[in-house]
Design a binder for this molecule. Structure first.
Ligand code: UTP
Length: 236
């Protein structure tokens, strides 16, 4: 039995395509297959569009990053609820509630093999939550589904010459994402530097991939080779 944690960026849930529901259906099928193979899967969902909308609506009137973070957290919990309800409706053995903390999430694994959550407290993003959940539950690795194909040395949406990587050490990734600080509520880089720092401390393997393509998520979750970036320590 393997434990794997999957971080799904909130932007994946509400793509600009017509068949919006088909992505969620694919995720449900992947999770169902892993439960049948006796795996435990933690899913941490990001805030995406409702987080951006809520934070930008409130920013002109609320001058406090923790308060804005809490608006972001509410959006992550909304998105997590969509994923949890969809899994439950499809008959997948998913926890009955959305936990508010990593501790609570890890206890819910005693009841069901699938736990879905969003954010927890201000000061980081759901990448960091996923990485901490992976560490606490002794997960083999943490898969981070994002909306870029790999980790790049700068944002490929802004820089067409950005260089991408198939493999990185934790140290190299730390140099790319920068110091472990949470500057402001709202959009951040490819992976939360606070989470990267935690992963580096315990050499947790990270798989970063384009979560828009569910087949990549399937391959990574099964432990097959996938197109993306693998972050592991040099010794491995
Ligand atoms: P996301 O995890 O979606 O972060 O949380 P993000 O970087 O903005 O979005 P992605 O990863 O590119 O999809 C949305 C916001 O909610 C707050 C932060 O303000 C974050 O930017 N948040 C989230 C927290 O304060 N704590 C959490 O545990 C999670």
């Amino acid at each position: 039995m393997a434990t794997i944690v999957l971080a799904l960026g909130g932007s994946l849930l509400r793509p600009e395509i017509e068949e919006r529901h088909s992505w969620i259906e694919s995720i449900i099928s992947i999770i169902r297959d892993r439960v049948a193979a006796d795996d435990r899967i933690g899913i941490v969902v990001g805030g995406g569009a409702p987080a951006r909308e809520g934070i930008s609506l409130a920013r002109p009137i609320i001058d406090n990053e923790d308060r804005l973070d809490r608006i972001g957290i509410a959006a992550t919990r909304l998105n997590a609820t969509i994923v949890r309800e969809a899994l439950a409706d499809a008959g997948v053995m998913v926890s009955g509630s959305i936990p508010h903390s990593i501790n609570e999430a890890s206890m819910l694994f005693d009841e069901r093999p699938v736990v879905v959550m969003g954010g927890t407290i201000p000061g980081h993003t759901t990448d960091a939550v996923a990485i901490r959940l992976a560490i606490m539950t002794g997960a083999e690795r943490c898969i981070i589904g994002t909306n870029v194909k790999q980790v790049y040395d700068s944002d490929p949406h802004n820089n067409p010459d950005a260089q991408s990587y198939d493999k990185l050490t934790h140290k190299e990734l730390q140099e790319i994402v920068g110091p472990a600080e949470h500057d402001a509520a709202g959009p951040s880089g490819v992976i939360d530097p606070m989470g990267v720092a935690d992963a580096a401390k315990v050499n947790l393997t990270l798989n970063v991939l384009d979560g828009r393509n569910p087949e990549l998520i399937r391959a990574a979750i099964e432990g097959s080779s996938f197109s993306g970036t693998i972050i592991e320590s040099e010794e491995e």
